[in-house]
Design a protein around this ligand. Structure first.
Ligand SMILES: [Zn+2]
Length: 281
């Protein structure tokens, strides 16, 4: 059944619920992966008393408030991060419904929504892991590249107008990876210390596979500008020390989702308008 025939509100509520559940799973991933634990077994449990959560204590977002933010067994406070990530994931899934990625304007709408949700989940996991551990796991990046290429492959088979899509995204991914690896080596030579993480090149490969050449360039450009602005503000407010390491992954991830959701032209026109502002003065 085509998604157009379903009432929009029902689809949106469904997407938000699935998003909150995936957010709950992302909470498990970002806690267990850095500790080398399985993300499937054992089931969800309290990290203090190991009490296993029954289904009604494990409802995303809602259980946290029913339990008043404490473990039912030992009363240990539960981090507010859990419902927050579930809420963010639900919102990203809602945005996915309205996403208009430039590479996929022609073709099946529901497929784009599903893949948009997958992209949001991958980027959210990478963002949290990079903020907390300066780590962009290769397994997640590889999975992301695979999904990005799979979508472009399906679309290039479906429509004649899209026939070159897979090749473009494939080469954008490879070129992105090698140019960022090179950039990281050059920056290390010049600065005498690592400036970009190893994972960043893998994330750039992922971005290329989802957005193609043009979207990748826009994303990297926006990420450098956004990080530059944030570092300047941080230094000014003395929240960041000079020479302090900052993860670049979150900037890349957030900009990827923005470029994906709003399309290349939206950001291109904003960049041009921003440039004109300076030219006039
Ligand atoms: Zn407990």
């Amino acid at each position: 059944m085509d998604i157009v025939f379903m009432p929009v509100l029902v689809v949106l509520i469904f997407l938000a619920c699935i998003g909150a559940c995936i957010g709950s799973f992302i909470n498990v991933i970002v806690w267990r992966m850095p500790r080398g634990e399985s993300i499937v077994f054992p089931g969800s449990h309290c990290i203090k008393c190991n009490h296993f959560l029954s289904w009604f204590d494990n409802i995303p977002f809602i259980s946290f408030f029913l339990l008043k933010g404490r473990c039912r067994n030992c009363g240990e406070p539960i981090s507010f991060r859990y419902p927050l990530i579930e809420l963010i994931c639900a919102l990203l899934f809602l945005i996915s419904y309205f996403s208009t990625p430039s590479s996929y304007l022609l073709g099946t709408q529901w497929l784009v929504i599903i893949f948009s949700c997958i992209l949001a989940s991958i980027l959210l996991s990478l963002t949290i892991l990079d903020i907390n551990y300066f780590w962009l796991p290769e397994s997640i990046c590889r999975f992301g590249v695979f999904c990005g290429l799979l979508l472009s492959f399906i679309f290039s088979l479906n429509l004649e107008e899209n026939s070159s899509l897979f090749a473009e995204h494939f080469f954008a991914s490879i070129l992105g990876y090698f140019s960022f690896s090179l950039l990281s080596k050059v920056a290390k030579k010049i600065l005498g210390k690592p400036a970009l993480g190893k994972g960043d090149a893998k994330l750039v490969a992922l971005i290329g596979s989802w957005l193609g050449f043009y979207g990748l360039c826009l994303t990297v450009y926006l990420a450098f500008i956004a990080s530059g602005i944030l570092v300047t503000i941080g230094l000014f407010l003395k929240r960041i020390k000079f020479g302090e390491y900052l993860p670049f992954g979150p900037f890349l991830s957030i900009c990827t989702f923005l470029v994906w959701s709003l399309g290349n032209y939206f950001w291109y026109s904003k960049i041009i308008a921003f440039g004109n502002l300076f030219l006039r003065t």
